[in-house]
Ligand binder design. Structure first.
Ligand SMILES: Cc1cc2nc3c(=O)[nH]c(=O)nc-3n(C[C@H](O)[C@H](O)[C@H](O)COP(=O)(O)OP(=O)(O)OC[C@H]3O[C@@H](n4cnc5c(N)ncnc54)[C@H](O)[C@@H]3O)c2cc1C
Length: 403
């Protein structure tokens, strides 16, 4: 039976960043925290559930959080800066353009490829003496007791901890077993992702295009490629997935237009069903849910991991404060799974999660609808935003994650 200060189940983006963030903290006597990270798959192929072929956009604020957690220097070489964003509506004139230089920032956001990021994070996890990487492994059973949680793994190892963190994604084994209150909504849509090559260079520009079928984003990537996220009805997604590359490119070109010239290549396509799945109170006795285990969002605004990273940063901050106050004259060691710590964490995350779930759901419904009144309304909205600099600035600050 090995005891850890924190046990994290799931080593995708949220779990891996949390383990590395917590490993920077120490107790007042100088000793490091003991952290275990349990992950079922090794990140050595692009079908890994946490580090697959997806590219995701990080808001500027997320870059700042990764910097605070000591991780940005490891990731910055893998990140493509977004220097401009263009938002447009297919078949309408309304269009909004935002440039990083107008906000005196080097970039409005950054695009990272999860598979490459996974390799770097795992190298760090393996090298860190305070982190025990238990991979491949899964929890077979676990029990909550008043002062600890005990965990048995499928390889027979037994662990105890003051705090069990569920970072095991949307189908979280721990979250489901706790039967926490949830809100779910099926958008009846799927997102198709692929890496695309275009005749013209992207020059750091990101494009969000609303089409009657659903929103389409092209994000700038390394090697002059663009990362496509195309949200369409489930039936249309099924159809697009079966097309050969040439026919897929014709459909994509029709939806996106010629802002980047002719589309010349599309790499392998992957399809994700889109649902909202939110745990409204993401903690329980000595257990907390972070990242996709707590909330699965529609990717329309590219905010899923940005929100998960704010969970991670808030939890690291609560642990840091608990360690600090136990070092200031208290005779007891900090209890990192205490009711006070977890309820403070829960309260600190409530408003952010609720606001983002509301905004992404409203956008997904408004911008995936071809009703003429809604189409006219959103086109008017884009034109108003283009003309009104304060509205445009609000949108730009939102994209940067600064609210
Ligand atoms: C098409 C698409 C585009 C997106 N674009 C953006 C974007 O632009 N910006 C953005 O911020 N977000 C974006 N997202 C969301 C983002 O990808 C996710 O929010 C983020 O990757 C979730 O990370 P996570 O670690 O919370 O969960 P996951 O990635 O699901 O990781 C969970 C981990 O737990 C492991 N696991 C699961 N069950 C067990 C178990 N029983 N035992 C042990 N381990 C287990 C899995 O193997 C996995 O490694 C997008 C999502 C999609 C689908």
């Amino acid at each position: 039976m090995t005891h850890y200060d924190v046990v994290i189940n799931g080593g995708g983006m949220a779990g891996a960043v949390l383990a590395l963030g917590l490993s920077q903290l120490g107790r007042a006597d100088g000793s490091a925290l003991r952290i275990a990270l349990i992950e079922k798959s090794l990140p050595n192929h692009n079908l890994h559930p946490g580090f697959d072929a997806r590219s995701i956009a990080l808001a500027g604020h997320s870059r700042d959080l990764l910097q605070q957690l000591g991780l940005w220097p490891l990731l910055c070489d893998l990140a493509t800066p977004i220097t401009a964003i263009q938002v447009s509506d297919q078949g309408h004139a309304g269009q909004v353009n935002m440039q990083a230089e107008d906000y005196s920032v080097p970039a409005l956001g950054y695009v990272i490829e999860l598979n490459s990021v996974g390799q770097v994070l795992y190298q760090q996890l393996q090298q860190h003496s305070g982190i025990e990487l238990l991979c491949p492994a899964q929890i077979q059973s676990w029990q909550q007791a008043p002062d600890q949680v005990s965990v048995t793994l499928n390889n027979g190892s037994r662990l105890t901890t003051c705090l069990l963190v569920a970072a095991d994604g949307n189908l979280s084994q721990i979250g489901r077993q706790l039967n926490l209150p949830r809100r779910q909504f099926d958008y009846q849509q799927s997102a198709i992702i692929a890496n695309v090559q275009t005749a013209m260079a992207h020059e750091g520009r990101a494009f969000e295009r609303f089409t009657p079928e659903g929103p389409l984003a092209l994000l700038p990537m390394s090697g002059e490629r663009c990362s496509l996220v195309w949200c369409v009805s489930n039936a249309r997604a099924g159809q697009l997935m079966t097309l050969d590359e040439a026919d897929f490119l014709i459909q994509l070109q029709q939806a996106f237009g010629y802002r980047l010239g002719r589309m010349t290549r599309a790499g392998s396509r992957h399809c994700y069903p889109l649902v909202l799945d939110e745990v409204t109170r993401p903690w329980h006795h000595r257990v907390v849910l972070v990242g996709n285990a707590a909330h699965l969002l529609h990717p329309i605004a590219g905010q899923g991991f940005n929100l998960g990273l704010r969970d991670v940063a808030a939890l690291v901050e609560q642990v840091r404060q608990a360690l600090l106050s136990s070092g200031q004259g208290s005779s007891n060691q900090a209890d990192l799974g205490s009711y006070q710590l977890l309820s403070r964490y829960g309260q600190s995350r409530q408003a952010d999660q609720a606001a983002l779930v509301g905004v992404t759901s409203a956008l997904a419904i408004l911008f995936s609808n071809d009703h003429p009144v809604l189409a006219a309304g959103r086109n008017l909205g884009l034109m108003t935003m283009a003309a009104c600099s304060s509205l445009k600035h609000t949108l730009a600050w939102q994209a940067m994650g600064k609210r």
